[in-house]
Design a protein around this ligand. Structure first.
Ligand SMILES: [Zn+2]
Length: 146
């Protein structure tokens, strides 16, 4: 039986599926860099105000007031997900959708710090080899930092 924790006080039983992968079926008139039929994914956030300094600088991902993909929405369990064009990540045709899901949450969580703070000639330490740590080790090894 499913036990619903409700730890944050904002969840409901249907709030699940924060990593969404699929193909674009429609685009708004001002969309840039995306095409109908393109494979994309969105993670925890799928929108933001897109007019503050942080959003306009292209650094909208760590914005604390971003629109969550599942809070108040059905996330990956919806038949369609609407997102601002700046939020979906294009996915290569050869990447299996099931393998893309973890990259949109734990993957980006550990990839960003490596991309921002490590160079291929650096050595990095990764503490904790669970889901995130496992991906961090793989990214660091591919980057040449292990
Ligand atoms: Zn903003």
């Amino acid at each position: 039986m499913f036990r619903f924790e409700h730890e944050w006080g904002i969840s409901r039983p249907r709030d699940a599926g924060p990593r969404v992968v699929g193909r674009i079926i429609a685009l708004g008139p001002n969309t840039k860099g995306l095409a109908v039929g393109q494979r994309v994914g969105v993670g925890w956030f799928s929108g933001s105000d897109m007019h503050c300094h942080q959003c306009l600088s292209g650094n909208h991902h760590p914005l604390p007031q971003g629109q969550a993909t599942i809070i108040g929405h059905r996330g990956g369990f919806a038949s369609r997900v609407r997102t601002h064009w700046a939020w979906p990540s294009p996915l290569p045709e050869k990447l299996n959708f099931a393998e893309a899901g973890p990259l949109l949450c734990g993957g980006i969580t550990v990839f960003n710090p490596l991309a921002m703070h490590a160079k291929p000639t650096d050595r990095v330490g990764i503490i904790g080899i669970g889901g995130l740590g496992h991906m961090a080790v793989k990214f660091a090894a591919a980057y040449g930092s292990m």
